[in-house]
Design a protein around this ligand. Structure first.
Ligand code: SIN
Length: 522
């Protein structure tokens, strides 16, 4: 790989350019490098904490003795909308991918069963498999309830030491470089400096879209960059209406996810009147489908003024020490219950890809949350996202290797003015989030979606007026968020109301999403 030097300040080359450094991006980089490719990973994250994978709590579901049961659970959780072939790919590859990469290469310290009985299911290993909602057996590998960081930390360290991989942190991809229908890399920005990266193949692994909502379990870097860049380059983007809201994020300052695994171990949901309400909403009660539980939590909060997670049925502190610590840091007395509310969590749709992560643009791949593989359909089974990122990352990286970079004419972004009016990006983001929260969140109506689409179209027009002549990371993040928000709202108007996309039958809601007080802040 030729990296930038003093005489060629405006470009770099790589066999494979990976955009994003969550588990999917790391897996793509690893497998491309194993194929002999020189790999450049660019990531907006300055620290692992700025990737959604780091925040993942529950774990990595894997295939144990009964692959058919795993497939059935994924398809049932998706309300029969998942693509059976994609599900079969995931389940067939799961065990080898987990053993090869997570266990043997990275030595992830998954929890082990104490009784030596083969990990509560007797499959010969001593892993302490746990269970979450809609799983018919314990099959989730975990490191207490902070699995993501225990996978991602070793993964990034491994790549840092890899001779064929270079990771550039705090570096944003602004736009793809395309020429005659083929993708040749991306324009990137680091510390205000822009350059073209020409690549034989480009893998988008930019994660989800949490930054489009006020409350999200994603980091604020999740502005949907890969989806927007791919859509603007002409790639197909599907299933954007299907956004999962997690039922139990801490409802207070500095929110954090309270893993479904806590309910899996027996925690109960109670409303402000101290009533356990989930049995009235679903036969599986607290372990019902995530969208059902999230809507029930929203309803009960509205009806009674609050919902909390009662952890008294379990030994919370010893089973979930990281969560107990998070509570203590925020002054939450978990013994009296943890206040919770739904929060944006995972996008089931994204850039359409095949079983190797190939998009419909030549030499462009997408993996992880920004990709739509078909595994999740309209709703995702818990703890399948790290696995999907791993499996598709490995497949895409392998297929992306073997193409030579070619220097073509790149978009004219390098020398543009970066300046924006003071507060421009912040003010637009506040408006965008408000529109999304009010109309394109957990609760949606046809009228609200229509209103949101009109407002978002205007907002995108205001942003586009600047992207014609100016370029900066914050402007492009805003552009990406506005492109993706509009895709979500538009597709939600057309999508089947199933899984995580439900339409309420309200004909007289009269809110005006475009009315934002001048002093609105986030
Ligand atoms: C959780 O730990 O509750 C999240 C797991 C997931 O979303 O897969």
């Amino acid at each position: 790989m030729t990296m930038t030097d003093d005489t060629t300040p405006d470009f770099a080359e790589a066999d494979v350019l990976v955009v994003g450094s969550g588990v999917a991006g790391c897996a793509a980089a690893l497998s491309a490098a194993r194929e002999g490719a020189e790999v450049l990973v660019v990531t907006k994250a300055e620290r692992p904490e700025q990737t959604t994978s780091h925040w993942a709590q529950g774990g990595v579901a894997t295939t144990r003795s009964d692959p058919e049961a795993f497939e059935r659970d994924i398809i049932e959780a998706s309300a029969d909308t998942a693509d059976p072939e994609a599900v079969d790919t995931l389940v067939s590859d799961a065990r080898e991918a987990v053993e090869d990469v997570l266990v043997e290469t990275l030595d992830v310290p998954f929890d082990r069963a104490e009784d030596g009985d083969g990990g509560n299911g007797g499959d010969g290993s001593d892993f302490d498999y746990t269970r979450e909602a809609a799983h018919s057996e314990p099959r989730i590998l975990h490191v207490n309830a902070s699995t993501g960081k225990h996978v991602l930390g070793p993964f990034l360290n491994h790549l840092d030491d890899h001779e064929r991989v270079t990771v550039r942190a705090d570096t944003a991809a602004l736009d793809l470089i395309t020429h005659e229908g083929r993708v040749h890399g991306a324009i990137v920005e680091q510390d205000g400096e822009r350059e073209s990266v020409f690549a034989g193949a480009t893998v988008l692994a930019t994660g989800g879209i949490g930054a489009l909502y006020r409350n999200s379990t994603n980091p604020e870097t999740a502005t949907g960059d890969g989806i927007a860049m791919a859509a603007l380059a002409g790639a197909d983007v599907e299933d954007m209406a299907y956004i999962q809201f997690h039922p139990t994020a801490y409802a207070g300052e500095d929110p954090f996810l309270v893993s479904e695994a806590v309910r899996g171990e027996g925690a109960l949901l109670r409303n402000a009147e101290d009533e356990r309400f989930m049995p009235d909403y679903h036969e599986e009660a607290e372990l019902g489908p995530r969208d059902v539980v999230a809507r029930a939590v929203a309803d009960e909060r509205e009806r009674t003024g609050g919902v909390y997670l009662d952890v008294s049925p379990l030994d919370f502190e010893s089973e979930f020490p990281d969560l107990a610590e998070k509570c203590e840091e925020r002054g939450v007395d978990w013994e009296s219950g943890i206040p919770v509310e739904p929060s944006e969590h995972f996008l089931c749709g994204g850039i359409s890809v095949d079983d190797r992560g190939r998009t419909d643009l030549d030499r462009l791949f997408a993996v992880g949350e920004c990709a739509r593989t078909g595994v999740h359909g309209a709703n995702r089974l818990a703890s399948t996202s790290l696995l999907e990122g791993l499996v598709w990352g490995l497949r895409a990286g392998e297929s992306a290797a073997g193409f030579d970079p070619e220097r073509v004419e790149a978009p004219d972004l390098l020398d543009r003015d970066p300046d924006l009016p003071a507060g421009f990006a912040r003010e637009k983001f506040v408006r965008l989030r408000r529109v999304m929260d009010e109309n394109v969140g957990l609760r949606r109506t046809p009228e609200g979606l229509q209103r949101a689409t009109a407002v978002l179209r205007r907002l995108k027009g205001e942003v586009d007026a600047y992207t014609r002549t100016r370029t900066s990371r914050s402007l492009y993040e805003l552009r990406n968020a506005s492109v993706v928000a509009l895709l979500v709202a538009r597709q939600a108007m057309e999508a089947d109301p199933v899984g995580c996309h439900a339409l309420e039958d309200v004909t007289s809601d009269e809110g005006d999403a475009d009315e934002v007080p001048a002093n609105a802040s986030d």
